[in-house]
Design a protein around this ligand. Structure first.
Ligand SMILES: Cc1cc2nc3c(=O)[nH]c(=O)nc-3n(C[C@H](O)[C@H](O)[C@H](O)COP(=O)(O)O)c2cc1C
Length: 654
């Protein structure tokens, strides 16, 4: 009953919308020709057939008005007309417009073409041979025949069945993303980034005022809404507090910004995009992760700090057989701009999936960066990145490999990047670190919500732990194993605003990386074309013409400004929370609404373990955080005990 009423009210509301616009008295056909309404049984009870307009208003509300077609001869409401009025006027049942499209056929195409062709002599006769209009019309008719005949020979069913007008489908489909983005998409609709978020990135990149009038546009009572608890005693944080040291005890430690550019390979991004990102990183003193396509000349030219992402293809340190080459690694790692090395195990958008760069997309510059054969060279072929590494096996193998790369790079910080999958596999790596007394200098944890240039939709949509859950696990595993002080955590996954920086720091990250937000700073319009080589903004393409549109000299300042303003916004939030440095952020600073009536601090939702508790044989929730309900704490402890024990079994499997 309620459903029926809701649907009726929806229709009736639309009806009011149309009358307000003055479509009220359109004449179609007489109301008495209408068949009585016959809906599902529950509808029949609720349908207003038989009610007078006055009774209807009493039942459903006074706001409804009726026109002559809504009321039958006997003075009772005609429900069908009431519901269908709007649809009829705009091409639904009874309108001729869709019928015209459905009835269109090759025969109609020929008839219309013949009629138009026969009409052409008349235009010459009436307007004369010196007038341009008949010639234009002749051209248009010729074009009509040309398109129609090619459509009839096409292999595409829609074009064969609906010559000429069938092309509208393809035209509309092509411009659909842009139309949707500019006219239809709501401000807070995430696809994957909302208009509001993109605007924030654009404004920060241009250093335009990004203040907001009239209060929040968010529904603060909706589930998932997050906020930071401010203090009555705001502070002032010095600029020096924003740097984080990596590999403190190594020969060549690195001091990183809170926010940096996440891995996006040369190949996925264009020459100019890489140049602008790296120049921005240099101007703003933050790092630029190369992505797994190797260290290209475009990464090196501007001179910004580089984190070298070493994937399964070993680009930049690749042996002829596609495996790892220590000598080549040594050479690339010795480049002064390379500040840290990141072994890529997986990324959130496609964990457990490799990649393939078809040879059609391999340019000489890409081949040079990857250390593979280029066009015209012997061995030129598609370039494969397998799903798994061949240079090591299992948890102990990874830990050994980390130590080896650190040695080969002469003491530069070395870490690894992953999207969390099976917790016991990650725990096995932690066991190996404890057993071998070797730790990475950092772990980058990427969320399942992360981006990519191209991935199978199943992998993007349904594989990979989301960032908050993965980050909680990495942080707690390191704390519980007593390793947290030695290993820095970098978090990535839809980092864009100051709040997203602060939220991740509160949940355990030391710094954050952003990939797509940096693309917005470069001018990305989220056209979702990264996998087609047709990126309209010249960012994710190898098309020389398109990338030529990306003006490096201006975009590098956008990247720098986006970074500066976002870090500033994050620091302001820390100041409002009464902190003296972002490092003081804890999970209990952040609140999350979990139902319309309940909100919890992140400390309650994601309790932290007590330092070293796993080594002592039992997981213990950290008492200092406080406020964790006993039952939740016990469940959390039991879960970590289980992961820890399963991790040991997993370690021994290799
Ligand atoms: C175009 C593009 C290319 C990427 N290429 C790589 C890559 O080569 N290696 C890697 O580890 N991650 C890669 N990523 C993943 C990002 O580094 C990052 O982990 C992920 O997008 C989450 O960050 P975001 O949400 O800020 O985009 C790529 C992402 C994008 C959008």
């Amino acid at each position: 009953m309620l459903r029926a009423r809701a649907s009726l009210v929806t229709f009736a509301n639309r009806r009011i919308g149309t009358s307000a616009k003055g479509f009220h008295k359109t004449t179609f056909h007489s109301a008495d020709e209408k068949k009585p309404f016959k809906g599902p049984a529950e509808n029949v009870q609720e349908n207003p057939e038989g009610l007078t307009p006055e009774q209807f208003k009493q039942e459903y509300g006074k706001q409804y008005d009726f026109n002559e077609f809504d009321v039958n001869k006997d003075g009772r409401v005609n429900h069908e007309e009431l519901m269908m009025g709007w649809e009829r006027r705009f091409g639904g049942q009874g309108s001729n417009f869709p019928d015209f499209i459905h009835n269109w056929s090759p025969q109609w195409f020929i008839r219309v073409g013949m009629a138009a062709s026969c009409g052409l002599p008349l235009t010459f006769y009436h307007l004369g041979v010196h007038h341009t209009a008949p010639y234009i019309l002749t051209g248009l008719v010729g074009l009509y025949w040309h398109i129609g005949y090619s459509d009839m020979k096409s292999l595409k069913a829609v074009r064969r069945n609906f010559p000429v007008i069938g092309n509208l489908r393809y035209i509309f489909e092509t411009v659909r993303p842009e139309i949707r983005q500019y006219f239809i998409e709501g401000d807070n609709e995430a696809v994957p980034y909302s208009r509001a978020n993109r605007s924030m990135a654009y404004q920060r990149a241009k250093s335009q005022p990004d203040s907001q009038s009239f209060g929040t546009r968010r529904d603060v009572y909706s589930t998932g809404y997050e906020w930071i608890n401010h203090s009555m005693y705001p502070t002032k944080i010095s600029d020096q507090a924003h740097r984080v040291r990596f590999g403190e005890s190594r020969k060549q430690p690195y001091s990183a910004s809170l926010l940096n550019i996440s891995a996006m390979s040369y190949g996925a991004l264009s020459d100019n995009a890489i140049l602008a990102l790296n120049s921005g990183a240099k101007l703003g003193n933050f790092f630029h992760n190369t992505g797994e396509g190797g260290v290209s000349r475009f990464h090196l030219k501007p001179g910004g700090d580089i984190v070298w992402n070493v994937g399964t293809g070993y680009f930049g340190c690749r042996a002829p057989d596609g495996g790892f080459c220590p000598d080549r690694f040594k050479d690339t790692a010795a480049i002064p701009a390379v500040k840290m090395i990141e072994i890529k195990l997986s990324q959130g958008a496609k964990p457990g999936h490799g990649g393939m760069l078809p040879k059609s997309k391999i340019t000489p510059a890409i081949a040079e960066a990857r250390g593979i054969a280029g066009p015209g060279e012997v061995g030129f072929a598609d370039c494969n990145s397998p799903p798994a590494h061949s240079a090591f096996q299992g948890p102990r193998g990874l830990v050994e490999y980390i130590a080896r790369l650190r040695e080969l790079s002469d003491g530069k910080p070395v870490g690894f990047k992953l999207c969390m999958g099976r917790p016991e596999e990650f725990m096995a790596i932690i066991h190996a670190m404890v057993e071998m007394q070797v730790t990475p200098d950092f772990i980058t944890i990427d969320g399942g919500e992360g981006g990519t240039g191209a991935a199978p939709p199943e992998f993007s949509n349904s594989v990979g732990t989301p960032l908050i859950d993965g980050l909680g696990l990495v942080n707690n595993a390191l704390i519980g194993a007593g390793l947290r002080d030695e290993v820095r955590i970098i978090a990535s996954g839809r980092v864009l605003s100051g709040m997203s920086v602060v939220r991740n720091l509160a949940l355990g990250a030391d710094t954050v990386n952003a990939a797509r937000a940096m693309m917005f700073a470069l001018g990305c319009i989220q056209a979702l074309q990264c996998n087609t080589n047709k990126c309209p903004t010249g960012i994710a393409t190898q098309d020389q013409r398109l990338m030529g549109g990306l003006h490096v000299q201006s975009k590098m300042f956008r990247v720098k400004e986006y970074h500066r303003n976002t870090v500033h916004a994050a620091i302001e939030l820390c100041e409002a929370a009464g902190l003296n440095s972002p490092g003081e952020l804890r999970p209990d600073h952040i609140m999350k609404r979990i139902s319309p009536t309940r909100a919890h601090s992140m400390a309650e939702l994601y309790p932290r373990l007590a330092p070293g508790c796993l080594l002592q044989g039992q997981a213990k929730a950290c008492a200092e955080m406080g406020g964790v309900p006993l039952v939740e704490a016990q469940q959390w402890e039991a879960r970590f005990d289980q992961y820890w024990n399963m991790g040991k079994v997993e370690l021994d499997r290799f």
